[in-house]
Design a protein. Sequence first.
Lengths: 766, 209
Amino acid sequence: MTDGGTPLGGSHARPDALAKVTGQTRYVGDIALPGMLHAAVAAADVSSARVGSVDTSRALEIPGVEAVMTAQDVPGANLIGVIFPDQPLLVEDRVRMVGDRFAVVAARSPEAAWRSATAVSAQLEPLAGVHDPVEALKAGADAVHDSGNLVHTFRVERGDIKKAEARATVVVEAEYRIGGQEHAYLEPQACLAIPEAGRVTVLASCQCPFYIQQGVARVLGLPLSAVRVEQAPTGGAFGGKEDYPSEPAACAALLAWRTRRPVRLLYPREHDLQATTKRHAMRVHHRWGADRAGRLRFAEVDVLLDAGAYAGLSTVVAERANASAIGPYDVAAVRVRTRVAYTNNLFGGAFRGFGAPQVTWAHEATMDRLARELGLHPVELRRRNVLGERRRVTSTGQRLPAPVMAKACLEKAVAASSAGQPARALPPGRWLHGTGTALVLYGCNLHHGGQHLDRSSAVVILQADGSAVVRVGLTEMGQGNLVAAQTVAATALGIDPVKVEVWQPDTTTVADSGPTVASRGAHASGLAILEAVRRLRRRLDPVAAELLGCEPSQVMLGGDAARVFGEPEQTIAMEQVVQEMVRRRIETIATGWYRSRRRRFDPATGLGSPYEFYAMACHVARVAVDPDLGLVRVEHVAAAHDVGKVLHRDALEGQIQGGIVQAMGWALTEELKLSRGRLLNPGFTDYLIPTSDDAPAISIALLEDAPGSGPFGSKGIGEPSFIPTAAAIRNAVCDAIGAEVDRLPLTPPVIVEAVAARHPFSFLLP
Amino acid sequence: MARDRNRTDKPGKGVTRRGFLGTVGAGAVAAVTGLPRPGEAVPEITEPKGMVETALSINGRMHRLLVEPRWTLLFVLREQMGITGTKIGCARGECGACTVLMDGSPRYACMTLALEAQGHEITTVEGLMDGEELGDVQQAFVEEDAFQCGYCTAGQVVAAQGLLAANPSPTVDEIRAGMAGNLCRCGAYVHIFRAVERAAKGRGKGGGR
Ligand code: FES
Ligand code: FES
């Protein structure tokens, strides 16, 4: 116990620890029911075609098959997709993407189901399709949807670029090509649908049971109240289980509805990699200018997102990219344009950082470029332009409250980097060393455009033995929402955290709380819990006061007891207070609700307050590069984060370490090799995610000087932990090899090419 | 490289040993891919015939059962015996979620046929408990918060157990290399290293088993 005897900021064992280290956590794949069938999907392996007919006759002949369903068997609307109704659940007349489903199958074994799925055949008339977002926006390009390939354009327009440009002595221009990323959560997509006459229960590995509830209800043509979705323990998500799980869940529910039996759908890894959403690939064009004193004068940014074949959450991702394009710098004249284009590539979705990592990578690359042009150290250029006490207005014109922690994060991370030790000795060879810095200004919680979803529900039930049941609408997927909710509830109720049991969300126990995204889990569930506890105390405090012989306003909770303010000796056990409430038949359950504050924002100009508040962070990476082989080893990452207030230290540091490792994979090795929209490397042998041997040494500095509006002043960490790392690594590699690299990932061929291009005789190379 | 340490060989690119979790929907676009066209023979199904009797020693108990020769140890553990602590992350020797001990050495259960396990002592995460108590490696994982989503954790704990059996006081470099066959997408590596170090220290003091 720390912080005045409360668990706040401590490191007590997570409530889910015991089950996880003993293998007792029941993920969906660990649950089987009597009579349960196994589902499989028949998926397209071309990315664009007109569909003549789908033939399921041979699929039905496979022994063990109970049902094969196509688009015409859907009882409700054959539509999936969170925002735009552009995606059929099952193919009708067009294939737009590899992984589009012709049919779904239920069989008595997974083997029979997947075999049956391969026996589904479709008459297809192949189309050329479009696989490059730049081509997609050209006149005459194949239209992926009848509405055209431009999905949406976002802008930020602030200040007078012409005037500002006249004062800039150095202008740099660059075109960045930034690749996507696969979530690679270790537990593939998984769900189980259990039908009863007229209604259905779905158990799913997911980040938002409410999205699934809506998707399943729409597809089955049921009222929302007839669809109950419970979040199963979730083996990693990172955004990949925000929007996507509605698709497998709707498939399983469809088959369960038809067969009247429980149906479980587990994606084999290869299908998971081939068919699910990815981080968006982006093209980012920059024109930035600074004066001789190293002050930024103007910044022009043009971003193009490859949405893939369906809009999914692409517009929302683009909205965050658009608002994050300039970073934590003071620039008076700003033009940002962010466009979203359909192609026949795999579709983009939510992924940790949500559009911000790509634009951050670009603005940090440009800052280093500018520094080199100006002959300034990259850290010095940042010092001269970063938001701080005297410069508190963001690129969208939002004035930040003091203190602004960006500069402090920069200094802390730079200091921690020079003090930090590498993880291990380098193997023999020629190694060049480099250091790179990257800053991020992270808009906490949902953007103004998604404000309507920024709410959450909690239920707290005091038990007669002084323990408490807590239910929240936000999910645990490894990031620590359970321990955060437990810590907040225990602190507010003044009881030991082990007496607080947090159960996973279920659409029948809490109200629609939106998705667990945007680093808002602990924030939104914590504030809803605090509200529920406040309501409970309106009933609890008078009872406690009576037992203690004081006024209700004097009642304090702590140490598993109620006590009198100012008289620490006078206490009564929480258990006794609750028993007295029970005896008097006083309600011991309360609900809590949270919603974010309203704010002003103009979508047409991109000006105003897109986010309620911000978290800042700086990462400094030190790398060693073998220029002959193009190998990069990240030796050390120093991370300084403006966290507001630490709720649980281990979980917080775990998020930072995990974010850094995952971003390192994106930066260096995780290349999505697409050929005409098809992934050529759908396995961990060719799609390389970091192993323990790749993990860098990490130093962490937590800054608690600028409170956020989360519980006890906390701010989210899930995304800011990821966003700056890849940029810092890029800058470190460029520092090491003495050349600019404008592509991500920095695979060995990319690095060798950059090194070779720097060679005076490079024009002689083939 | 280290990923292969103490492991069975990986299959070549694209080879999948487990038919039932193998290729997906490849035949769906018959007209385009040249896979069987309507009217052609459907790939043959192996009927559950040819079952053979076997005896497997799992977590100290002998189990007699009928298996098909092609069944993996992972399939038998999870689907036939209901021992589900061992997870499935890829089913082709790429992730380590399915790690079990075979005579004390870590092994990918998805890459081991059940029949290969005959005559060997198999230990899964369930077998690391000391009665009702956590095993020392499990305890160290709790104390160091060496997990996030937990899906890799059973495999990590088992791999750490195997590592410490082979090398009771590993250096950090040896831990990094020794654990490299177990992916953790949550990136809990730093805490995992600390947990393995803590367990090793505990044993050095005579605290472990
Ligand atoms: S499931 Fe066996 S290595 Fe991945
Ligand atoms: S804890 Fe999630 S994969 Fe390791």
